[in-house]
Design a protein around this ligand. Structure first.
Ligand SMILES: Nc1nc2c(c(=O)[nH]1)N[C@H]1C(S)=C(S)[C@@H](COP(=O)(O)OP(=O)(O)OC[C@H]3O[C@@H](n4cnc5c(=O)[nH]c(N)nc54)[C@H](O)[C@@H]3O)O[C@H]1N2
Ligand SMILES: Nc1nc2c(c(=O)[nH]1)N[C@H]1C(S)=C(S)[C@@H](COP(=O)(O)OP(=O)(O)OC[C@H]3O[C@@H](n4cnc5c(=O)[nH]c(N)nc54)[C@H](O)[C@@H]3O)O[C@H]1N2
Ligand SMILES: [Mo]
Length: 760
């Protein structure tokens, strides 16, 4: 299987390479932001829009899920948040004339960058059966087609309802309600590819699948471990919190195969001093081999256990379960094996231990570097073991901090977007709406692709996102999606998923975060939940990109009426007219949302959801205690002459949305088809810096997956490891290569060989 770079792209992918930088943000970042914003929005709209980001009466930044500081800066956004806003608030438009001029086959030849640059979609579009291009369609006809196809299914479980994490609480609640009234739990979401491993590990160990810290906790911590995360690019506002923590005396350990600029030094664009000088953030950089984290934490745990007085015995006795078994397993940890698994020096691990022991309040933050491996769930459980040993859950300044991606991915899950809902949730939903939700589990993302591939699923509906580009095994996935009877995408912008269609396809254009939303009941706002369980309102203020757009809640409500007809007693029309009525129902179904509307009215800045381990050291697990766990230590074994490839984000992208072709902090300009390789590995493979190579993934199924023409960049990554950007490399990730338990694609550990190729 070969994935070629798209042919129909006027922009040449011709990467230029300079040495990586050692600091993030600061003046160049501000200039870069304003340039991108003005190109998309013009000067006036740039000023109007960027001033509303993350303000109490404004809209929630559509970038990442990092929370806002309580006293907000006038400019409570970052370079990459501004890019996300500019991408949505752009003045460019994709009209029916555009679709008339570009058959689907033509769109399929374009790069994701080109597609995104065309602008906001203005009208609902239909690709009819046998047609070669999208045609305008009325909303009524569009929902009629969805109803025809859904009603024609042999079983509701032949339909899939995907959600990307930008969807508001209100829209997400309606979508899961609709799916369950229709009769399926097939609610895959981007979380399945993202923090599912965190949710799985945390639910098992502490009873709540969410982080247990607030911003104030970060400010109070003695030690913050940042493992498998690149905040300088992906959560830039987190750097302000780390800076604040450091100023208050915290120390920071970063665990990463790459030296990431933001973690080394941060130039805060919101303070004059910060702009010029910047602060060193990391005290100890553990340049770990990809997938070595479980071994590292296991050995640290053994060393903590062996240190007199280091274990919080009272906490362990009162609040935990499984200590003996875990301690026995930790006892087995071995220095030699750990050094081999991690590639670290003994002295580095000893230094980390000293810092752990010196800390009374430790927080561990992580993102995709920990969640996208075969053994991600046991890795995160091992992190929890350390915090439990030290009593670092449910006291100020300490805890677990999985840093979420999409701005409302956590909220969507809270609203019931989950293929394996808890029975208590379904009971409450059924009682409120007088329905009978299916109790059997639905399909997650990987199972959904398999179901499409095997003909078990026939209708694919996506609330946002870019399914075929975000998912693994591009060739397999695209072929699977093409087997569908109908594909439907609720989207703001054009992307590859609109070009890879079922027999019929619909594009339903929708309002974004920045757009003003007016319904029969007046001007509406929506709500979101950030990575620290804070719920707050988001209100767009720009005139919508076109008069033909519908909001996401309106789309679900109208689809539900078309599909369910008189069979549904749910007041869909009322929900569309006034989102406060949706929130009234959320308040009665979802714990923690009692008096939802009243609390928002009292403080639009929002409220924190309850979190039993954080608030009262109560652990709602199977055992009623926090669980120590003792899984065997695993790490990837890479055959001779092969490298372990991680697929990650550049600085100029938001997942599959490409803002530009630079990765400034890593010194890459003007191209994305690069592979970062340690100079010694490159030398052993005979690959000079600037050579071109095909990346070929080797998996147990014997199928050869190839991504051709990557420029080799000699780069200070951990030896044996390589890195290249997603989504170009998704073709290399086998569909069946997933994390145990969470079934998350193992996008951070792909065994590859590099074959020299003539050129790009
Ligand atoms: N600007 C911008 N912001 C974003 C996004 C975006 O694309 N652009 N995406 C959003 C989303 S959905 C998400 S989930 C987050 C993603 O945020 P991140 O998780 O920071 O994103 P990645 O680029 O995947 O980076 C993974 C990091 O983990 C490291 N890593 C890889 N393998 C390992 C390992 O085995 N061990 C350790 N310790 N480290 C490892 C990599 O070197 C890299 O620094 O960001 C969100 N925010
Ligand atoms: N190889 C590899 N694969 C990965 C990852 C990786 O690290 N490596 N990361 C994974 C992760 S963490 C994630 S979260 C997924 C992301 O998977 P997705 O969430 O599916 O992908 P995005 O690229 O974020 O989706 C972008 C599209 O969303 C639409 N959109 C934007 N705003 C809105 C809106 O307000 N409403 C609606 N309806 N649509 C909107 C636009 O049309 C845009 O093109 O990818 C995963 N895939
Ligand atoms: Mo994500």
């Amino acid at each position: 299987m070969v994935s070629k770079p798209p042919a129909g792209d006027p922009v040449q992918d011709a990467p230029q390479v300079t040495p990586p930088q050692h600091a993030a943000a600061g003046l160049p970042a501000v200039g870069h932001t304003l340039r991108i914003a003005r190109e998309q929005m013009g000067s006036l709209r740039t000023a109007r829009t960027l001033l509303r980001v993350n303000q109490k009466d404004g809209f929630d930044c559509p970038g990442c899920a990092w929370p806002e500081e309580d006293r907000r800066h006038v400019a409570e956004f970052c370079e990459n948040g501004a890019k996300a806003v500019a991408e949505e608030a752009t003045l460019r438009r994709v009209t029916p004339e555009f679709f008339a001029a570009h058959p689907v086959a033509d769109l399929a030849e374009r790069s994701g960058y080109w597609l995104g640059q065309q602008g906001r979609i203005t009208q609902p579009m239909l690709l009819p059966e046998g047609g070669d291009r999208y045609e305008p369609v009325t909303w009524e006809r569009a929902f009629g087609i969805v109803a025809e196809e859904l009603r024609a299914l042999g079983s509701p479980d032949e339909a899939l309802f995907y959600t990307s994490g930008r969807t508001s609480n209100e829209a997400a609640f309606l979508l899961q309600l609709f799916a369950r009234e229709f009769g399926t739990n097939n609610l895959p979401d981007c979380s399945n590819m993202c923090h599912e491993s965190s949710g799985s590990a945390l639910t098992e160990t502490i009873g709540v699948g969410k982080g247990s810290v607030s911003l104030e906790d970060l400010h109070k911590a003695d030690l913050i471990v940042v493992a498998g995360q690149n905040p300088g690019t992906n959560h830039p506002r987190m750097l302000s919190a780390l800076e604040k923590a450091k100023a208050a005396g915290a120390r920071i350990i970063s665990v990463n195969p790459l030296p990431e600029a933001g973690l080394e030094r941060f130039k805060n664009p919101q303070t004059p001093r910060g702009m010029l000088k910047g602060a060193a953030l990391t005290d100890l950089f553990l340049q770990i081999r990809i997938g070595g984290d479980q071994a590292l934490f296991r050995l640290l745990n053994k060393l903590v256990l062996a240190t007199p007085g280091a274990v919080d015995e009272e906490f362990v006795r009162e609040h935990t379960h499984g200590y003996e078994e875990f301690a026995a397993a930790a006892e087995e940890a071995d220095w030699d094996e750990t050094l081999a698994a991690t590639g670290l020096e003994r002295s580095e691990i000893e230094r980390a231990l000293e810092m752990v022991l010196a800390s009374e309040r430790t927080i561990v933050c992580w993102a995709m570097g920990l969640t996208q491996h075969k053994h991600s769930v046991p890795t995160i459980r091992e992190v929890v073991n350390l915090l439990l040993l030290r009593g670092d859950i449910g006291r100020p300044g300490s805890g677990v901090c999985p840093v979420r991606g999409h701005s409302n991915v956590q909220g969507d899950r809270t609203m019931g977007i989950f293929e394996r809902p808890a029975p208590a949730f379904l009971d409450a939903l059924d009682k409120e709406f007088g329905i009978v939700s299916p109790r059997h589990h639905g399909f997650d993302v990987v199972r959904s692709i398999q179901a499409l591939r095997d003909g078990e699923a026939k209708v694919f509906f996506a609330m946002g996102g870019n399914f075929v580009a975000a998912t693994p095994d591009t060739e397999v996935t695209e072929a699977a999606v093409r087997r569908a009877r109908l594909t439907v995408h609720v989207s703001t912008k054009l992307n590859r998923s609109h070009a890879v269609t079922g027999t019929r396809a619909l594009i339903l254009p929708t309002l974004g975060r920045t757009d003003k939303d007016v319904q029969k009941g007046g001007r509406q706002f929506v709500t979101v939940e950030d990575s620290m369980s804070l719920v707050h309102a988001s209100r767009g203020n720009l005139p919508p990109a076109s008069p033909h757009l519908l909001s996401e809640p309106a789309i679900v409500a109208r689809m539900a009426r078309a599909v369910l007809g008189d069979g549904s007693a749910t007041p869909w029309e009322e929900f569309e007219a006034d989102y406060a009525r949706i929130r009234d129902r959320i308040a009665r179904v979802v714990p923690g949302f009692e008096d939802f509307n009243a609390r928002l009215a009292a403080d639009p800045g929002g409220f924190a959801l309850p979190h039993a381990p954080r608030d009262e050291r109560r652990f709602p697990t199977r055992t009623g205690k926090a669980n120590f766990t003792a899984a065997p230590v695993e790490y990837p074994r890479v055959p001779e002459g092969r490298l372990l490839l991680q697929t990650l984000r550049s600085h100029d992208q938001y997942n599959t949305t490409i803002y530009g072709l630079d990765d400034r902090y890593r010194g890459i300009k003007g191209g994305r088809r690069v592979v970062l390789v340690h100079p010694e590995d490159a030398a052993a493979l005979g690959l000079a810096d600037g050579a071109y190579a095909d990346l070929v993934s080797e998996w147990t199924d014997g199928v050869e997956r190839r991504a051709p023409g990557f420029r080799v960049v000699h780069y200070p990554t951990a030896p044996g490891c390589a890195a290249a950007y997603y989504p170009e490399t998704n073709v290399l990730v086998p569909l069946e290569s997933t994390a145990d338990v969470s079934n998350t694609p193992a996008s951070k550990s792909v065994i590859v060989r590099l074959e020299q190729s003539p050129s790009a």
